[in-house]
Design a protein around this ligand. Structure first.
Ligand SMILES: C[S@@+](CC[C@H](N)C(=O)[O-])C[C@H]1O[C@@H](n2cnc3c(N)ncnc32)[C@H](O)[C@@H]1O
Length: 249
């Protein structure tokens, strides 16, 4: 079997966290034209998880029309997935990288009139009041560097959702303590080995996870979501240090 090669920044040897500006630059320097073609072969149960997102949105909204905001939308991977399953939904893609956003028209060429892009930092942007039926995000909000940043974001998301609206997030999730965190990472590492990633690639993936991402635990997300006004929260899927969690306004 051929050895997989991870495409991402090289952070091995670094012990500090990347700054927001470095993260911004990292995405400004991405090859955004082919970003969407890259497999998420580092994500356990990828097919199941992506279908789960669709199933939950359908369970919540049926086939009704509505507006969705995708935070840290990148080049439109999640947006394209959702638009392909729902005829009446419209999506706003927000990302602070103009480079990532410039690839969106190509990625969403079959969905003209059903999407718009906003180039903004979602941690600072004014999202507006009761604008969306759902806010979704995949592998983006883990760039928050402290609880206050997450809490402010969750308050803004709560405010921009219509009553009954849903926040759904697919992302890396930390353990509640070192034991759980390490268990998650050991599980992920063994998954990557089974996926045939090279040891060097696995080292880089884990280093990037520690350097670029600042995930918090599921309990912390629930606590912050509740503090932001989400009374109903749940986990739809959890595997190793990954999860899909939701909050309902
Ligand atoms: C790992 S990519 C994921 C992209 C897309 N959601 C996907 O699943 O393919 C993370 C994206 O979040 C964006 N991002 C990170 N921090 C952000 C911030 N503070 N505000 C807006 N976008 C941000 C990056 O520019 C990048 O496009």
């Amino acid at each position: 079997m051929s050895k997989k090669h991870y495409q991402g920044p090289e952070t091995r040897g670094r012990t500090d966290k990347m700054s927001k500006e470095e993260i911004h630059q990292r995405f400004e320097n991405e090859n955004s034209a082919n970003y969407i073609e890259r497999s998420m072969n580092w994500l356990p149960e990828e097919e199941y998880v992506m279908q789960l997102v669709i199933d939950f949105l359908r369970h919540a909204f049926g086939e009704s029309s509505g507006r969705i905001l995708d935070l840290g939308a990148g080049t439109g991977r999640l947006a394209r997935h959702i638009l392909g399953h729902f005829d009446k939904l419209k999506i706003t893609l927000m990302d602070f990288s103009a480079n990532m956003i410039k690839a969106v028209p190509e990625v969403l060429q079959n969905y003209n009139g059903r999407y718009r892009t906003i180039c903004a930092d979602f941690f600072n942007a004014c999202l507006g009041r009761e604008q969306y039926n759902a806010v979704v995000s995949s592998f983006a909000i883990h760039h928050g560097r402290n609880e206050e940043t997450y809490l402010n974001l969750y308050k803004n998301i709560h405010e921009t959702l219509m009553p009954g609206g849903i926040f759904l997030c697919l992302d890396v999730i930390d353990g509640d303590n070192t034991l759980f965190a390490e268990f998650g990472e050991v599980g992920w590492t063994s998954f990557l080995e089974k996926q045939d990633f090279q040891p060097d690639d696995i080292e880089t993936i884990m280093s990037n996870y520690h350097t670029e991402d600042s995930p918090v635990s599921l309990n912390k997300h629930f606590e912050l979501l509740k503090a932001a006004g989400f009374n109903q929260v749940d986990i739809l899927w959890k595997k190793y240090n990954f999860g899909v969690y939701v909050g309902v306004k």
